[in-house]
Design a protein around this ligand. Structure first.
Ligand code: BES
Ligand code: MN
Ligand code: ZN
Length: 500
């Protein structure tokens, strides 16, 4: 979508009028620029019972030259940014390009600039399709490639804030859409080194963004046994992609985000059952969120120093694959007894987390489609959130809630650590008990969180883990996404890191 912001003046082919409840008369300004016929149509609709302005209500009015969509927003005092965002998303979902691509969205009485921005953000987020593999002939009118052109209108006193808000939301939406694109890509098109190539292509020419790739040879030189072992069964070799934004602004510790990037998870030798295995193309969504976050932070003009690490591998069975029973070395120096090759995400993250310790982290946050158990626990409604630091946990929880991307606190208990440290032949094992599987996975990761300093009294860096197994795709209750990859937590992390 392309967007602009103007005062209330002319009307394009379609006028969207989000109105609050108990508007018995249309606010005068809302009818500016409409033909007489359209004006009386809107007045009639508001005078009848057809439209009461209650939240969730939406009606479309047609007349010769213009379509007017009335969107119910409930009471102004009840409106929260999450519901304003959803209303914008639902409005977008109801549009059809064959009814015109030039759209006016007009905010009149009762609207605050922050709520307008949230509504606009919802529209932007929902304006997404993954249709690159559809032949032209298969596309319907709505798949027309020319974008919507949306003009947001409000009274003059709101225009400065609305313009800034819309520009910021547009930058975030483009990061979310790139994360969704990567998530939706099938595994034959997007494999570890292809992700690296796309990351380098994005960074090219951007003076404040750099991408470094540790390829197969460099993984060997560095003894990154987590990535090497998970990835070695596939023809598509693993790699680690290291992102750095605003290196010149380096001034003490910086946030570091780590993403699980399994471009396809067959389970390896511990092969998964066939049902819905296609969904394991989404198993790189942690790294997709990392990519989208870098796009979004760059787009909003983030000035601070930050870094990210994408741990990329394809988990495949073959004669060169790692096996159950293998003992592997990780980058940290700790050995791991592999009891199930399908618990691979924690192994690649072990190397990524340890690597983060070399970059003077302020805090480390990892994102991973880590466990089916997390989907059992929280469904598609919230990501699981574990942390060794109360402040980081609360800041992240709040940024997620404010973004409409819930992250729910889960326990990091010594009992779960005991499960994964209980190997007789290695430092840790990659499998805990069946029950509470997402907690033992988090407890495993904690074994690889680096410490600030040497010696026994050195403390681990603040670290949080987001299990996005249920939220990265498959949501049906999310207005901002139609289907497929969600781009979850790009906006959460922009909010946390680019705190204005
Ligand atoms: N990528 C999966 C987790 C997953 C499963 C995410 C279903 C979303 C939907 C992960 O690598 C995995 O296979 N985890 C195992 C761990 C088990 C072997 C301890 C799981 O959850 O079954
Ligand atoms: Mn797996
Ligand atoms: Zn996996």
């Amino acid at each position: 979508m392309e967007h602009g912001v103007t005062p209330i003046e002319t009307v394009e082919q379609t006028l969207i009028l989000p109105l609050f409840e108990a508007v018995d008369k249309p606010p005068n300004r809302s009818l500016t620029g409409l033909s007489r016929a359209a004006q009386s149509q809107v007045k009639a609709a508001l005078a009848s019972d057809d439209f009461d302005g209650k939240s969730g209500k939406m009606i479309s009015l047609w007349n010769g030259d213009c379509k007017v969509v009335l969107v119910g927003m409930g009471k102004p005092s009840d409106l929260k940014s999450n519901s304003a965002r959803d209303a914008g998303a639902n409005t977008m979902a109801s549009l059809n390009k064959s009814h015109g691509k030039a759209i006016t969205v007009r905010f009149t009485s009762g609207w605050k600039a922050t709520m307008m921005t949230a509504f606009a953000e919802g529209m932007m987020l929902r304006d997404y399709k993954f249709d690159k593999y559809l032949s032209k002939d298969d596309k319907d009118d709505n798949d027309d490639d020319t974008p919507y052109n949306i003009t947001f209108q409000a009274s003059v006193r709101h225009l400065v804030n609305l313009t800034a808000g819309c520009n910021r939301s547009a930058a975030m939406a483009s990061g979310v859409h790139i994360a969704r694109d990567l998530g939706n890509e099938p595994a034959n098109k997007l494999y570890p080194m292809e992700y690296a190539v796309r990351a380098q292509a994005f960074a090219k020419g951007k003076g404040n963004l750099s991408v470094t790739v540790l390829d197969w040879d460099e993984l060997q030189k560095n003894n990154m046994g987590g990535l090497i072992n998970v990835g070695k069964g596939s023809e598509h070799k693993p790699c680690m992609v290291i992102w750095e934004l605003n290196a010149k602004a380096k001034d003490g510790p910086c946030p570091i985000i780590v993403g699980k990037g399994i471009t396809f998870d067959t389970g390896g030798i511990s092969l998964k059952p066939g049902a819905a295995m296609d969904e394991m193309k989404f198993d790189m969504h942690g790294s997709a969120t990392v990519f989208g976050l870098m796009v979004a932070l760059h787009g909003v003009g983030h000035k601070g120093h930050m870094m990210a690490i994408s741990c990329m591998a394809e988990n495949s069975p073959s004669s060169t694959a790692y096996r159950p029973g293998d003992v592997i070395d990780t980058y940290s120096g700790k050995t791991v007894e592999v009891l199930n090759t399908d618990a691979e995400g924690r192994l690649v993250l072990a190397d990524g987390l340890w690597k983060a310790g070399e970059f003077n982290p302020e805090y480390i946050i990892d994102l991973a489609t880590l466990t089916g158990a997390c989907v059992i626990a929280l469904g598609h409604e919230a990501s699981g959130l574990w942390s060794n630091d109360d402040d980081l946990l609360e800041n992240l929880r709040k940024a997620a809630a404010d973004s409409g991307e819930l992250a729910w606190p889960m326990p990091l208990l010594p009992a779960f650590e005991k499960q994964v440290t209980g190997s007789k032949i290695a430092d840790v094992k990659n499998l805990g008990e069946r029950y509470g599987g997402s907690n033992s996975a988090a407890a495993f990761l904690k074994q690889f969180v680096p410490k600030n300093g040497e010696g026994d009294d050195a403390k681990q860096y603040p670290w949080a883990h987001l299990d996005i197994a249920g939220t990265a795709w498959g949501t049906s209750n999310n207005a901002t996404v139609a289907h497929g990859a969600t781009g979850v937590h790009v906006r959460t992390l922009v909010r946390l890191i680019n705190d204005e």
